[in-house]
Ligand binder design. Structure first.
Ligand code: ADP
Length: 394
């Protein structure tokens, strides 16, 4: 039977999910962590709750993928490699070139490499993994699914920064956004759940995980999103600051005696957000379980920034039909969803406390009378990747 593997490769990890297509059944999934470090962890989940795990040094992605293919046959998940007819690779930066998912041939792969300038930690690792697939599974179709593609429909008014236009023209300095696959998936599901064509809807999707972004989806197209040139911009996140006055960087670099801007950006990416504000953790659950003043303020700031973006996108679209919550926080944090929506009553949003009392389940969580519908839609980027591969196999 024809199978498609959805791959999400990071610099030291490789997450994957194997589907039987077109049935969209997950036959196995797994993760390889700590690639390139010692005691790498290799896990496969398959069958009825069965698990295979091994801890050993895995030097690079090629060795990880070799192990994976070998185990898929050893564990009888597949009979032969030929069954894997498609591989969908999540790629962080697609720039302006990749407006949708694309078959990755040598020319496309060279472009993915070129775009490493926009995502230096991600694109090179992803390109490397595609090369390994080309080598080990020469008959498998490789497809790139880009985090940025869904946002390539943004109009100039929303993607240009108010800096000299030549920086955009010469260097590509603009907003690209991220989490596109997730925003696309949950917006489409929301339209289905509401029983309306997406072309007629104004939807605001809130992907609230460790990384978080908000998108304005009008007529099924992203027209604005909170992340920017990189995923550092937008709302407060686990460890990222979100939007900030650029002049503060110069001031703080002086105070902290930093000479390299990279160190400053590192602080904004890795030591800020909920972690920096609370001084406790980047994990939302830790903050909810803490009774310190700093944790309480961090939570309030998070809710405020999300609410502000929703409000601004109501203005961008001159209206909104539905607000969608997804990802770790959006799917599970009942109180945070409630607090965000309670502050938007002016726009005609009203949460139903009983319906909202749910985690990780597709559901409309606003009252029947709420003018704006509020939905909980668990995201499924892997499925979206597998579907895109399927569409390009034809
Ligand atoms: P990533 O961006 O790493 O994929 P996730 O989408 O998994 O992140 O989201 C991780 C976030 O979701 C963490 O801040 C975590 O605390 C939060 N989260 C997960 N479960 C819950 C829960 N039950 N209540 C509140 N927050 C939760």
């Amino acid at each position: 039977m024809s199978k498609t593997i959805a791959i999400n490769a990071g610099s030291s990890s490789l997450k994957w999910q194997l589907y039987t297509m077109p049935e969209e059944t997950v036959v196995a999934k797994g993760i390889v962590e700590r690639i390139g470090l010692n005691d790498s962890i290799f896990t496969i989940k398959y069958g009825e709750d069965e698990k295979y795990e091994v801890i050993k040094d895995i030097e690079d992605h090629e060795i990880a993928i070799n192990m994976l293919l070998e185990q898929l046959t050893t564990l009888n998940i597949i009979d032969s490699f030929d069954e894997i007819t498609g591989a969908g690779h999540r790629i962080v930066a697609g720039g302006e070139h990749f407006k949708e998912s694309a078959i990755i041939d040598d020319k496309a792969l060279a472009l993915v490499d070129e775009l490493a300038e926009f995502a230096p930690l991600h694109n090179p690792a992803e390109a490397k993994v595609i090369r390994v697939f080309q080598k080990l599974l020469p008959n498998t179709l490789n497809v790139g699914v880009f985090d940025t593609s869904f946002h390539t429909t943004m109009p100039k008014v929303n993607y240009l920064y108010s800096i000299p236009t030549e920086y955009y023209e010469k260097y590509g300095a603009r907003k690209y956004g991220a989490h596109g696959t997730s925003h696309r998936y949950v917006a489409e599901r929301a339209a289905d759940m509401l029983g309306k064509p997406i072309e007629e809807l104004k939807i605001i999707t809130c992907h609230l995980g460790n990384g978080a972004s908000i998108t304005a989806v009008e007529g099924g197209k992203s027209i604005d999103t909170s992340m920017g040139f990189t995923p550092l911009a937008g709302v407060t996140m686990g460890t990222r600051s979100g939007d900030i006055d650029a002049s503060l960087l110069q001031y703080l670099m002086g105070k902290l005696e930093l000479t390299n801007i990279k160190d400053m950006i590192d602080i904004l990416n890795k030591k800020s957000g909920l972690l920096g504000l609370s001084g406790i953790s980047s994990d939302m659950r830790d903050l909810q379980n803490s009774d310190t003043e700093a944790a309480k303020i961090a939570l309030e700031i998070f809710e405020d920034r999300v609410r502000k973006y929703i409000g601004s996108y109501v203005a961008t679209m001159n209206g909104v039909d539905a607000i969608v919550f997804t990802a770790g926080i959006g799917e599970n944090a009942v109180d945070i969803r409630k607090n965000i929506i309670d502050g938007l009553s002016f726009f005609g949003c009203e949460m139903d406390a009983d319906k909202n009392n749910v985690r990780g389940e597709e559901r409309i969580i606003s009252t029947d009378d709420s003018k704006v519908k509020v939905l909980l839609v668990p995201t499924d980027e892997e499925l979206m990747i597998a579907r895109d591969v399927e569409a390009l196999k034809k």
